[in-house]
Design a protein around this ligand. Structure first.
Ligand code: ATP
Length: 378
């Protein structure tokens, strides 16, 4: 339920009363508090409000981050989406999406789903210059948090060797969620020293061979892919490397029964499209078949073996926090996401940070494997 103060605010912002009623009834709009700051988050879209939109008690609206179209056949996708127009090519950094905003004097980091993330909020000013918000209180910085010590992902990009980093890839207006033109974003990032995703340059469809070379290089380097954007940010499309498709399957296979079938389907088919588009044959083809087979099977077999010996299906991850209380807040945060984690270890790094190790268990995956192992028939 949404309190009456928020109800009035949402109606004033243009949310139709009927829609609010439906969202409330289905629990698709939720009220929450972060350290005394109240907000609602949209778990579904509604007129003028994208999914993931957050509305704060002071009336600040941070629009949800929009879905980016995925291209699967690179050459035809580029032709179809961009026609003859030029587009910037940026790295698609493998991490988690955050929207950074200043509300009631505090810089907050929002997850894609519209939660204020306690961990990211505590760390964000390690990476982002607060002066930016003094000069542009009406803008939202959108970027990827990526690295090996991340609460939401098992791995990070190869060039972040420890901890986590922020990579800006969009600047949007509060309220409308409209993006600044890419060139303006590049300039502002430079001016305020905000780290940003790597920009590979301005391309167009006549340079498809160079794009293929870029994808091959990124794949070799263990990087996730590219996002292509017209300078005005009106057309945006993503493409992932064969490396990322296989690596995601490897990570997912460990918790095979916890993931929707589409997780594997999408990645296998994207890899197949890549192989067909690039006409890969012979030895290289054999390498892909082996890598895919291994990625699909090995972690799953290992999980089955673990469970058959009475163990859990689990993953551990480590993050660096400034206050131990932030680690406890993360446990609560995950609980609200329906995820079971507990703190396994806390180490004082003696530089103002604590390294906290969490363990996440997957009870559903474990139950499924145990039942099948114990002879349950389909
Ligand atoms: P979508 O709703 O777009 O399908 P998804 O959760 O399936 O999202 P992905 O397939 O990983 O996500 O791709 C989109 C995400 O990629 C964005 O939400 C953003 O967090 C991330 N990303 C990384 N680098 C960039 C970049 N340079 N430009 C835009 N997004 C980027």
């Amino acid at each position: 339920m949404v309190s009456s103060g928020f109800r009035d605010l949402l109606l004033k912002l243009g949310l139709p009363e009927g829609r609010l009623h439906v969202l409330e009834g289905k629990g698709r709009i939720e009220e929450d508090t972060f350290e005394g700051i109240r907000y609602v988050r949209f778990r579904d879209s509604a007129k003028g409000f994208r999914r993931g939109t957050v509305v704060f008690e002071d009336g600040t609206v941070v629009s949800g981050f929009p879905h980016i179209k995925r291209v699967v056949q690179l050459e035809n996708g580029v032709k179809r989406i961009f026609k003859g127009r030029p587009f910037y090519v940026e790295e698609k950094v493998d991490g988690y999406n955050v929207r950074v905003v200043k509300v009631k004097g505090r810089v907050l980091a929002l997850t894609r789903g519209g939660f204020v993330c306690p961990f990211t909020t505590e760390r964000i000013l390690d990476f982002v210059n607060e002066g930016f918000f003094k000069d542009y209180p009406n803008l939202v910085l959108v970027g990827e948090m990526a690295g090996p010590e991340s609460p939401y992902l098992v791995e990070g990009p190869p060039y972040v060797e420890e901890d986590i980093e922020f990579f800006l890839f969009d600047i949007q207006e509060k309220g409308t969620g409209r993006s600044l033109p890419a060139g303006e974003r590049y300039r502002l990032a430079e001016e305020y020293g905000i780290p940003q995703v790597e920009v590979f340059g301005l391309y167009d469809r006549s340079r498809i061979e160079e794009l293929y070379d870029l994808i091959e290089r990124l794949s070799r380097e263990g990087r996730e892919g590219i996002v292509m954007k017209t300078p005005d940010m009106r057309k945006v499309a993503k493409y992932v490397t064969p490396y990322a498709n296989i690596n995601d399957i490897k990570i997912g296979s460990h918790i095979f029964f916890d993931l929707p079938h589409g997780y594997f389907m999408g990645r296998i088919s994207r890899l197949a499209f890549y192989i067909a588009e690039r006409k890969i044959r012979g030895e290289e083809f054999d390498e892909y078949t082996k890598a895919l087979g291994e990625a699909l099977l090995k972690p799953l077999v290992e999980s089955i073996e673990e469970v058959s010996q009475g163990h859990e299906v689990e993953e551990s991850f480590t993050v660096r926090v400034k206050n131990i209380s932030t680690a406890h807040k993360m446990v609560g945060h995950f609980e609200r996401l329906g995820v079971k984690i507990h703190i396994e270890d806390i180490e004082d790094l003696k530089n103002g940070y604590w390294r906290v190790t969490f363990k996440r268990v997957y009870p559903d995956a474990r139950r499924e494997i145990r039942e099948l192992w114990n002879g349950l028939a389909f």
